[in-house]
Write a protein that binds this ligand. Structure first.
Ligand code: ADP
Ligand code: ASP
Ligand code: MG
Length: 404
């Protein structure tokens, strides 16, 4: 008998009918001879509604209380799904994060799962029970409820897979699998049969919200096979597996976009050793992640311009820090822009195929799309462009790299 964990996303449990449908999927997977564990997200829209309520009280709503509030959505869906499974004549019960417990560390609203205790749930499984576990939430060492970042129930499912040593993890969602690009912005997107952990990690980190990046990381580290599939069709979805099990002949596997970035430029800073460190040290100490960085070559070797990107939500904090640090790093002008999007092409095939970079830039140039910043790694190239031409860029790249 195989032990599997199946996770339902928000849209998969977005109404009572959908919850009943999810319960039937659970029943079917058990009838097929599996020992089934279930992880569930809040009903779609619920978490956003809860966050908006907190914002009406304060923009800086107390973080531990925000976690209590946000995590409540999963309590609702978890009990409804457990009840629906019981209604089908099966043995099931709900577990909140604190009951298991799922232990977390780090800041509220962006905690990390340290450990998932297994004793009680294992007993229940051995009695033929189906545990239905609330995703997204855990409990801190201080006995406070925590959450693990938006979209976090993917990671909850993979952590359950790790600690309960399940044979696989199935992510049930509103699309039929991982596509070559977001099917909602390009109707020519194609379902990918198999994708490597490495490529999927880049895709999700660069904007494909179909899986949370740390979920992919957990799967990769622990070699857990993941099947991303639709709650609303019986078709096979996408398998996320190790590199040697993929057989893609394509140079580029997928294209992503994200609108989370903001660009900051310091004009005319002194071109001397240590200046970059002096700019980025106070940002790092304030937990601001700098992503892309470009330093222009200075023509007179005296002054240069430095451009970098941060998350949009960190922009105002970043500008304040740089202004306050002017005694250490002076500049003529500080400029910023957040009406931008980052478009990326991802593919392990790039390692052995030269010429991908120029092909990408040429395709964008032909569409008169201006590239503001570029960053690359072995298996991805990202460009920062005007937010208004995102869809156009995704479409032309999708065609250029023969994914249509
Ligand atoms: P869930 O509620 O199941 O967690 P999400 O909304 O978090 O679902 O993720 C699924 C969504 O991810 C899809 O509806 C789709 O719009 C989006 N998405 C973005 N990029 C991709 C991609 N490359 N393949 C599939 N879906 C994608
Ligand atoms: N309900 C949470 C969110 O909306 C977690 C999740 O859906 O994975 O972010
Ligand atoms: Mg999700």
């Amino acid at each position: 008998m195989k032990r599997i964990v199946i996770k339902f996303g928000g849209t998969s449990v977005g109404s009572i009918e959908k919850i009943v449908n999810a319960a039937k999927i659970v029943q079917k997977r058990q009838e097929e001879g599996n020992e089934v564990m279930v992880v569930v997200s809040a009903m779609s829209g619920t978490t956003n509604d809860l966050v908006n309520k907190s914002k009406k009280i304060s923009k800086n709503f107390n973080k531990p209380e925000l976690d209590v509030l946000m995590s409540s959505g999963e309590q609702v869906s978890c009990s409804l799904l457990a009840g629906a499974i019981i209604e089908l004549g099966l043995k099931a019960r709900s577990w909140m994060g604190w009951q298991i417990p799922i232990l977390t560390e780090g800041d509220h609203a962006s905690s990390r799962i340290l450990e998932v205790k297994t004793n009680e749930v294992i007993n229940f499984l051995s009695e033929g029970g189906i545990p239905v576990i609330a995703g997204f939430q855990g409990i801190t060492e201080e006995n406070r409820i925590s959450t693990i970042g938006r979209g976090g129930s993917d990671t909850s499912a993979l952590m359950i897979a790790k600690f309960f040593k399940t044979d696989s993890c199935e992510i049930y969602t509103d699309v039929e699998g991982i596509y070559t690009t977001d099917p909602f912005i390009n109707s020519k997107a194609k379902k990918i049969e198999k994708i490597s952990y490495e490529e999927m990690l880049e895709m999700s980190s660069l904007g494909a919200k179909v899986m949370q990046p740390s979920a992919v990381q957990t799967a990769m580290k622990n070699n857990i096979p993941v099947h991303v599939r639709s709650t609303f069709s019986k078709l096979t979805g996408t398998f996320i597996v190790s590199e040697d099990k993929t057989d893609s002949k394509k140079v580029v596997t997928g294209i992503t976009y994200s609108k989370n970035d903001a660009k900051v430029t310091l004009l005319n800073v002194k071109d001397k050793p240590g200046v970059a460190a002096d700019i980025f040290e106070p940002l790092g100490k304030s937990n601001i992640n700098v992503d892309m960085v470009v330093q222009n070559i200075s023509s007179d070797e005296k002054e240069t311009d430095i451009t970098f990107t941060v998350k949009r939500e960190d922009l105002s904090k970043t500008l304040k820090i740089i202004e306050n640090n002017r005694v250490n790093v002076d500049y003529k002008k500080l400029i910023h822009d957040d009406k931008l999007s980052k478009v990326s092409i991802i593919g392990a095939g790039m390692i052995v195929h030269p010429g991908v970079t120029y092909k990408m830039f040429r395709a964008l140039a032909n569409e008169r799309i201006n590239i503001l910043v570029i960053s690359t790694s072995e298996i991805k190239i990202s460009v920062l462009i005007d937010e208004n031409v995102t869809q156009k860029a995704v479409k032309v790249l999708h065609k250029t790299f023969e994914l249509d």
